[in-house]
Design a protein around this ligand. Structure first.
Ligand code: GAP
Length: 548
């Protein structure tokens, strides 16, 4: 599929998401709030099903007695639910306070703000005048955007555009400035009329700040909304160990909101300022950690496939050595080819990181930095730790080997909203189905995996008379305790099927004249469109089996 088709596909997905109540812009009646999204009636069920599937597959349904395929040994899994606002020292020791920033750049003329690494540009010249034209657009929109800007800058008519001489393709502004090929004084800002309006880049910490207490005022009252759920797990490591009977190797899982004040939220819910994460911190013996890293990387990859994401649109990308965080021994990203990206580009769904003992040691000793290949406590000019740790012992005594060590951590960290967006994009299909007269009719169908589908079954009396609604309501009441289902008697049955196809309902059960004589219903399969007759008495068990 070419880019234009893919973009129109994305536009259709966004419009269906709004029209059918999957996702709305936050505070829409007040003009919306950039980077914030609300989930409507279908969306809330879809996202809840994603989170429930994750929790069930990783935590609640985990068999700690078995050695799962690829795992070095059996292991335990447990859960946690921590606060969003935590002690400010947490973020100082974790490194977020000093390091969790992006570079931003302002335009003095347009008063717009950009992420430095999102600006690209190219040299344009016309009749001796030369300028480095920048754009904040990505993908196929970027080049035409520079052409339009250069045309305006040089004061040309549309037919004169070919007179512009271009000095090569688009390059990152950050890279050309660093290489000395262009300076910010040469750059025409994306929304500026003249060059030289872009400021020097500045660091911008992505943590949202707040104040605790009514008398808050000085710096000590400053607190932050968590930018990840992970730290709540690390600081509770000892609590979990002391109060439950878990022993290493074990994992602590958490699902919850995280907040990042992204400079340029974009691509629907992909980069939001408020989002949910599904994170596991898995604690293991240092010597076994490489094997556990591989286990979690492969396990998490398989999870997305098992829930129906198209394999050809998924990519498992191991980070190169120079891409790894300063504490990481290995990291892999599970990525998806979202339709808003250029062909060949992928967006991150989940990162699986080998974090060594960085996190537990940071919260014991204080903020760590790597020096001569070793993690050491960072010190200030006075020689004291820059950010002091808790001083609590977070090491582990292994009863079996009689050793004491600081466990290593493997962290599979997934985004619930990004996952939901990938399932939404992947489910979107357009095909043709025969209408009541056998003529082909185009349909939009969301082919969600049944576990994720917001509604599992729709119960449809063919007509609103002859006792059909009564039979249908009985069936609805029999099914409802077992799965999300809908009763719908309004409109022609073809229209009702179409509504359920757009909602992604895998099964429709139609009560018709034959039902009244032989107590069977028609079971319509959303994807194959096969219609079969099933005894009413068997429907509940049949659908429960299909969902299991
Ligand atoms: N504890 C590690 C951590 O937070 P991350 O790669 O920064 O790692 C993990 O985030 C996942 O959280 C990402 O793979 C993505 O799915 C999700 N995520 C991160 N930033 C996001 C944002 N601004 N909007 C939506 N999801 C985001």
């Amino acid at each position: 599929m070419d880019k234009q088709n893919d973009q129109s596909r994305m536009d259709k997905i966004v419009s269906l998401a709004k029209r059918r109540g999957f996702i709305f812009q936050s505070s829409e009646i007040y003009g919306g709030l950039n980077g914030f999204w609300d989930y409507g009636p279908l969306g809330v069920s879809l996202k809840r099903n994603v989170k429930d599937a994750w929790w069930r597959d990783m935590v609640a349904g985990h068999d700690e007695l078995a050695t799962l395929a690829g795992a070095p040994s059996p292991y335990e899994m447990t859960g946690l639910d921590c606060t969003i606002i935590m002690h400010p020292q947490v973020w100082k020791c974790s490194g977020h306070f000093d390091l969790f920033h992006d570079w931003m750049i302002d335009c003095r003329e347009s008063k717009r703000r950009y992420r430095y690494d999102h600006l690209h540009g190219r040299w344009a010249s016309h009749r001796g005048k030369k300028v480095f034209v920048t754009t904040d657009q990505s993908g196929d929109e970027a080049v035409p955007d520079t052409v339009a800007k250069a045309q305006k800058f040089f004061g040309l008519r549309a037919k004169q555009v070919d007179e512009i001489e271009w000095g090569g393709g688009l390059e990152s502004l950050q890279a050309v400035v660093a290489a000395g090929v262009a300076s910010l004084a040469d750059a025409l800002g994306p929304d500026a009329g003249a060059p030289g309006s872009l400021t020097e880049p500045r660091e911008f910490n992505l943590m949202f700040e707040t104040r605790i207490g009514a008398l808050a005022g000085d710096d000590d009252d400053r607190a932050f909304l968590r930018p990840e759920t992970a730290q709540g797990i690390f600081v509770n490591f000892k609590n979990v160990l002391d109060t439950s009977r878990v022993s290493v190797p074990f994992g602590i899982a958490q699902v919850g909101k995280s907040f990042r004040n992204e400079i340029t939220p974009r691509n629907f819910t992909f980069r939001s300022r408020e989002f949910e994460q599904m994170e596991i911190e898995f604690f293991c013996k240092p010597a076994d950690s490489a094997q556990w890293y591989r286990y979690w990387r492969d396990r998490r990859w398989k999870w997305y496939l098992d829930l129906g994401l198209t394999e050809g649109k998924l990519q498992l990308r191991e980070h190169a050595q120079d891409e790894l965080s300063h504490y990481s021994v290995g990291t892999a990203d599970i990525e998806y080819a979202f339709p808003f990206l250029n062909p060949g580009e992928f967006g991150e769904l989940e990162g699986i990181a080998h974090r060594g003992d960085f996190d537990l040691r940071s919260h014991m000793e204080g903020k760590l930095v790597r020096k001569d290949g070793e993690l050491v406590v960072e010190t200030g000019p006075d020689g004291k730790p820059r950010h002091r740790g808790s001083g609590k012992d977070l090491s582990y005594f292994d009863d079996v080997s009689r050793e004491r060590y600081v466990p290593h951590v493997i962290e599979p960290s997934a985004g619930a909203d990004r996952g939901t967006l990938a399932f939404l994009c992947d489910a979107y299909h357009e095909d043709e189905v025969p209408d009541a007269d056998g003529k082909p009719r185009s349909r939009t169908v969301m082919k969600f995996h049944p576990r994720l589908a917001p509604v599992k079954a729709a119960i449809l009396p063919l007509v609103k008379k002859d006792g059909m609604p009564e039979v249908a309501i009985d069936l609805y009441r029999a099914l409802k305790p077992h799965m999300a289902c809908q009763y719908d008697e309004k409109g022609a049955v073809g229209r009702r099927y179409a509504r359920q196809d757009e909602a992604g309902t895998p099964w429709c059960l139609t009560i018709d004249g034959q039902t009244l004589t032989d107590k069977t219903v028609t079971l319509r399969d959303r994807d194959s469109l096969v219609q079969s007759r099933v005894p009413i008495a068997e429907v509940v068990d049949l659908l429960r089996d299909k969902l299991a």
